[in-house]
Structure formats: structure tokens, C-alpha cells
Write a protein of this length. Structure first.
Length: 227
């Protein structure tokens, strides 16, 4: 088995209070490829399937509550400079595409289409965030109006954060990091990105869970279902 690359400055994180099993499957899957500083599942209940990493119990929150928790509390839970956030519908696809260039920025997520505006980096469902970024979002959380974590942190607050020295990854690097939407001005897709987020696919959580549970070929499955 190939030696795992060490990511000693990165904690692998999932926050899911609705279904701890689906999130634990993603964390276990991603742990195959890298040796993270820590792997933490934030949830309201322990998984009922095999899971050998850290579990941190938090309140039972709805979707909006999880978004606000990430804005305000995630920073207090990190002991590393970065966290890689995954979800039941977003994880590592092509581990060989990791580059340490990702660690030069405070935030990376899949690019949004240019029709959405100039603030395009990006989706938080599969994202790399610095602890500095997490501290910045907590400092302005009182302005959050339930527009969604990534819309708030990457569109509403983008100009202010940039003035404060927060570094968002450039579009081309963000496209290498993750894919969510096809963008006509970028090379982005399931075979050319390190990871993905599947919010736009219309797939249900049971289908994601089945893919990991049955150990299907993730890259082939994503490419076949969403193209």
C-alpha cells in the first residue's frame, strides 16, 4: 500500500447532526489517502457503524444551526492551522491532485459560475479553511442572515475579508481543488479536481451513502451521474 502523504497542518472535519453514519463513512474514506493531524466528526450522536477516529458531541442542530455553528464555533475546536471540511455529498476524488499550493490560502472551495458575479470562490461543502479564516467568520457572525455559510463568507464578506488580508485562492487553483458546477471559462470536472461537492446534482443522501458503503469507484460514479 502506498505511503500516505502527511498533512500535519490539516484536520479533516465533518459536521453532521442529522446522520453521523453518512459523515463517518466520508471521513473513513478520505483517511485512506492522507495522514491528517486529526480527523474529527462533530455530531449529536455516535455512529453505529465502525469508525475509528475522533467524535465530538455537539447540540442536535438543523441545517441552519449547523451553518451558524461552523461560523462561530469551529475556530474553537481546531488545533491545526487548517481544516479540510467534507460532507456526506462532498469528499476527495483524486488524491494525487493534492498540492501544497492549497495551503498558501485562507479559503478554497469549488468555483461558482461567472454568471453568479465576481465573488466566485466558493463552495463550502468541500473546502479548505485556515484557522485565521474561521476566526474571521466568527468575528462578523452577528451580521449573518442565514444566507448560507459560503454565500456569507465568500460573497457578502469577501471585500471586507480581503481588506483584512484574508486570501481566497485564485479561480484556477480553486478549480483544481474542487468541482461543483461546470464553468464555461474554467477546466473543472470530476476527473480534474482534487475533490467535489454534489449539492447541484439532485442526488439523495442514500445514493452517496451507497457509493461509499459498497466501495464503488467514486470517480467513475461521479463522472457518469453528473455529466
Amino acid at each position: 500500500m502506498p505511503v500516505k502523504k502527511k498533512l500535519s497542518s490539516v484536520t479533516l472535519v465533518a459536521v453532521d447532526t442529522l446522520d453521523s453514519n453518512r459523515a463517518s463513512r466520508v471521513l473513513t474514506y478520505c483517511s485512506r489517502f492522507f495522514e491528517f493531524a486529526d480527523i474529527v466528526l462533530f455530531t449529536s450522536q455516535y455512529p453505529t457503524i465502525e469508525y475509528s477516529h475522533t467524535v465530538a458531541i455537539i447540540a442536535n442542530l438543523d441545517y441552519a444551526g449547523v451553518q451558524r455553528w461552523e461560523l462561530t464555533q469551529l475556530r474553537t475546536m481546531l488545533s491545526t492551522p487548517f481544516c479540510l471540511n467534507v460532507q456526506h455529498d462532498g469528499w476527495i476524488l483524486n488524491p494525487e491532485l493534492w498540492t501544497d499550493e492549497f495551503l498558501k490560502y485562507d479559503y478554497i472551495g469549488a468555483p461558482w459560475p461567472r454568471q453568479w458575479g465576481t465573488a466566485r470562490v466558493g463552495n463550502s461543502g468541500f473546502s479548505l479553511r485556515s484557522r485565521r479564516f474561521c476566526e474571521a467568520t466568527a468575528a462578523v457572525a452577528s451580521s449573518y442572515a442565514n444566507e448560507g455559510y459560503d454565500v456569507f463568507a465568500c460573497r457578502v464578506m469577501e471585500s471586507r475579508f480581503k481588506r483584512d488580508g484574508i486570501r481566497y485562492a485564485p479561480l484556477e487553483l480553486a478549480a483544481l481543488f474542487s468541482w461543483e458546477f461546470d464553468c464555461d471559462d474554467l477546466t473543472a470536472g470530476p476527473t480534474t479536481a482534487f475533490g467535489f461537492h454534489g449539492w447541484n446534482s439532485g442526488r439523495c443522501s442514500q445514493q452517496y451513502g451507497r457509493m461509499l458503503h459498497e466501495e464503488l469507484d467514486c470517480r467513475a460514479w461521479v463522472a457518469s451521474k453528473w455529466r
